[in-house]
Design a binder for this molecule. Structure first.
Ligand code: TYM
Length: 331
């Protein structure tokens, strides 16, 4: 049996990295697998937040996911705090995970920065809650971007140790699904940083809510180098910004970087960038239009989330009961 689970934080806008790295795979998988997709609002409070922004962010992210092609009739779409099993299972798994394992997590180091003592304890245990998200459903496949690899390895280690400690093969070891030509989309301003919701510069990312003019302007201003494009991918070595734009063109057109460079090799960015902007606008305009139509229908969005949470609970509660028996909380 296979079951797919993945999640996204409701902090800020859905951007092109999220879409090409993860969401497109979610949309594809909902036709062939039982899928749960979660707006992870419990994770969102690990960093400074305001309640009103969080509430609006959950709805906006739900609208953006539906606009991107998730169909609540074909997948289970819900927000994490509506299903208490996530937090309850996280406690049990916090007693499985080892401090040494969490000390190796690079995302905590990046997000806590210089003020590690001032970071929330939740930010430190964030990856254990992420493991609970996955294991609460005995999910077997987890489609994500490249930056989640380390968290998924931890989820596998936690599942394995729980099974060993209790002597019961309760959890399957979840497989990461990191697929496609854009598993790591980089910032438009700095080819060594990933495109991120939290980048203070809006020019660094393409939001799914950006209109055609904004997209064209951001691509025009994207950082590049003065060389023309090479005719083969090997020529992109040491040129991270160029490699990123070629990767985006490949992901958006469904071609390989070889094919893109066979067409554009020898041309400068003055020719390549307008072509890239046009393709990007074609892909994003329908998503943008659907998002605009959905985002203010709070009643409809709340109903989708409530129905999704009911269905998620029906799967997760019996699994939590198994966990309680395995641990010895009940006979
Ligand atoms: P989040 O909200 O940062 O990102 C959501 C998804 O988008 C992918 N992604 C990218 N892919 C390619 N290029 C990029 N620049 C880029 N930026 C983001 C992420 O890899 C992710 O797949 N911890 C998770 C949320 C989470 C989760 C889970 C995921 C919570 N519980 C359980 C899987 C399973 C996160 O912060 O994703």
């Amino acid at each position: 049996m296979t079951r797919v689970f993945s999640g996204i934080q409701p902090t800020g806008n859905l951007h092109l990295g999220n879409y090409l790295g993860a969401i497109r795979n979610w949309v594809r998988m909902q036709d062939s697998h039982e899928c749960l997709f979660c707006v992870v609002d419990l994770h969102a409070i690990t960093m400074p937040y305001t309640p009103a922004t969080l509430r609006a962010g959950v709805r906006e992210m739900t609208a953006a996911l539906i606009a991107s092609g998730l169909d609540p009739a074909r997948c289970i779409l819900f927000n994490q705090s509506a299903v208490r099993v996530h937090a309850e299972l996280a406690w049990v798994l916090m007693c499985t995970a080892r401090v040494g394992w969490l000390n190796r997590m690079t995302q905590f180091k990046e997000k806590s920065g210089k003020d590690r003592e001032g970071a929330s304890v939740g930010l430190y245990t964030y990856p254990v809650l992420q493991a609970a998200d996955i294991l609460a459903y005995k999910a077997t496949h987890v489609p994500v971007g490249d930056d989640q690899k380390q968290h998924l390895e931890l989820a596998r280690d936690i599942a394995q140790k729980f099974n060993t400690d209790t002597g019961i093969e309760l959890f399957p070891l979840p497989e990461p699904v990191i697929e496609g030509p854009a598993t790591r989309v980089m910032s438009l301003r700095d080819g060594s940083a990933k495109m991120s919701k939290s980048d203070p510069s809006d020019a660094a990312r393409i939001n799914l809510t950006d209109n055609a003019d904004a997209i064209a302007a951001k691509i025009k201003r994207a950082k590049t180098d003065p060389e023309p494009l090479p005719s083969e991918p090997a020529g992109l070595a040491g040129r991270p910004e160029a490699a990123n734009l070629v990767g985006l063109m490949a992901a958006l057109t469904g071609q390989t970087p070889d094919q893109i460079l066979a067409t554009y090799g020898g041309q400068g960015f003055g020719q390549f960038k307008p072509a890239l902007a046009e393709v990007m606008i074609d892909v994003l305009a329908p998503i943008n239009a659907r998002f605009t139509a959905l985002r203010d229908d709070h009643a409809a969005l709340d109903a989708v989330l409530a129905h999704g949470a009911d269905r998620a609970r029906a799967i997760a509660e019996p699994i939590l009961a198994e966990v309680h028996r395995a641990v010895g909380f009940r006979g």
